[in-house]
Design a binder for this molecule. Structure first.
Ligand SMILES: [Zn+2]
Length: 238
């Protein structure tokens, strides 16, 4: 991260990665604000979580309504409006069936909107919580994406705004370790693609979260529904 990176606009989903990112940037003493996007996601609960997280962190938070965009690109993703009848895939996150959870061009859309907001509010850096575990499934979660976005933003904002993705080369387990050190309020985060506050413990992203906490040796305060991997872990912990 360059020396001028002291004013961050975090793209906050309400999930554990962007929340850990927010807290790790805030721990440096930097000015931090957050922006979340309502694209009509099935797991809309995460927006309420994002609001609580920003209240907890004591920072400015904006929720941008792009539900019309979500509707227009809904055709291919189980996570988008009107597709609640498409089952969210269970099993491991890296499996091929996770393709149904790809939201077309999501991070480029959000990063570009966030960059405009950052410029307007004198924040020189947009920060996103993408990580290594996302590379295989999501093309806009890769190091190449970050480089390409910075080329674009350099031109489009005349270098007023840059993009950083501090977690892009680390795993979700490493994010848990980093986030734990800066007292990330894990209990306020939302992970499950089903969008229920009590997590299913079976969908790809639940399974990934459970594995990450296990690997990091940190207790996950998430409540999991009976029948899934997550519930089994809770029983073991209890
Ligand atoms: Zn789940």
């Amino acid at each position: 991260v360059a020396k001028t990176d002291n004013e961050f606009l975090v793209v906050l989903s309400g999930g554990m990665d962007s929340t850990a990112l927010l807290y790790s940037l805030k721990a440096t003493g930097a000015r931090v604000e957050a922006v979340s996007f309502d694209y009509g996601q099935r797991h809309k609960m995460e927006l309420a979580c994002a609001t609580f997280i920003c209240q907890h962190a004591g920072i400015e938070h904006r929720i941008i309504d792009i539900t019309s965009v979500g509707k227009a690109i809904a055709g291919v993703s189980a996570l988008l409006p009107g597709n609640n009848d498409i089952p969210v895939p269970h099993g491991h996150y890296a499996a091929d069936n996770m393709a149904i959870t790809v939201v077309p061009n999501r991070n480029a859309i959000m990063t570009n909107i966030a960059a405009g907001i950052a410029w307007a509010h004198d924040l020189n850096t947009v920060a996103i919580g993408i990580h290594k575990g996302d590379w295989a499934q999501y093309p806009d979660c890769t190091p190449e994406f970050v480089v390409a976005m910075n080329t674009l933003l350099g031109v489009a904002t005349e270098n007023r705004v840059q993009l950083v993705a501090p977690f892009v080369n680390i795993t979700k387990a490493e994010i848990v370790a980093v986030g734990e050190k800066v007292n990330t309020p894990w209990a306020l985060t939302q992970t499950c693609y089903e969008g229920t506050r009590i997590a299913c413990g079976r969908c790809g992203t639940c399974v990934e979260r459970i594995e990450a906490f296990d690997l990091a040796g940190v207790v996950d305060p998430m409540e999991y529904a009976p029948g899934g991997v997550g519930y089994a872990r809770e029983v073991v912990k209890a």
